[in-house]
Design a protein. Sequence first.
Length: 315
Amino acid sequence: MNRVLHHASFGATLALMIAALPVRASDHGSVSKAPDCSESLIGTPLAVPSYSPDTQRRLDQDIAIAKAALEIAPDREDTHIWYGRRLDYAGRICDAVHAFSDGLKRFPNSYKLYRFRARDLTRARRFEDALLDYERALALMGDTPDSFEPDGIPNPLGLTISTYRGNIVYYHAQTSFATGDYETVVAGMSKSVEFAADFARDDMRVPAAYWTYLALRKMGQHDKARAAIAAIEPDLKLIENFTYHQAVQIMQGRLDPTVLSGNPDSTLKFAIAMEKRFAGDEAGAKALLTEIVRENPQGHWPAEAELARPDRAPS
């Protein structure tokens, strides 16, 4: 697969992508293999998460409303998008993939449907298909003006901070971590920050630094990795990426991981596990990575990739 985000010029990148990835009628809505949400990369069982009765009731109501809207207005792109997104929020990842695929049959040139299906294909461990969907999305978006991507689960301030183009590039880069394409991780994360709105740039810088650091460390570029996170200040005024900020501070050595003992967040635990791996504590790293996967009903694909293929490289 053509890894289009290696190029420095976004305009050149886009032109190359469009030339390399023509969206043919036979491609619309197709993936190489049906997603499987039953098993992690290390063979542990996966399941739809259990929620409190109130939360489950709300999730079910949201899905019912989205399904009714779709049945009333199947000729609207947004009804397909929100039906798939509501399934995703309920943890029904494979159902969401199928919903977006159905939408693409009706709207084969929808960069938005490709963007959202790609995210769930990543969660279903169909990494190559997800990357191709992100690339299709970016090619189809072309020079369409960017716009904010509506939040289904708003942050406490009710501010939407991410855009379609920024998310497509960011998640393409993040998914590339699963395939061992670390150069694309670094290039894509850098580009995603450029697409962030001024008021949300710090929120974008933090997760971008997190994944850039991990990718550079995996490539053995340790000084560059440390430089990538050094610029993240401890007193940033963030809107929503607080957990990523804590994780980066662990990587920086500013935050003692022991103070987070008992915190179940996978982003933090993954940072700690990778620091153990980079420090040569392989037994400790594997134990924590396995714990991350087993304690999450839907697993944790970055930890699974590190356990299943620690020396992975793009094919």
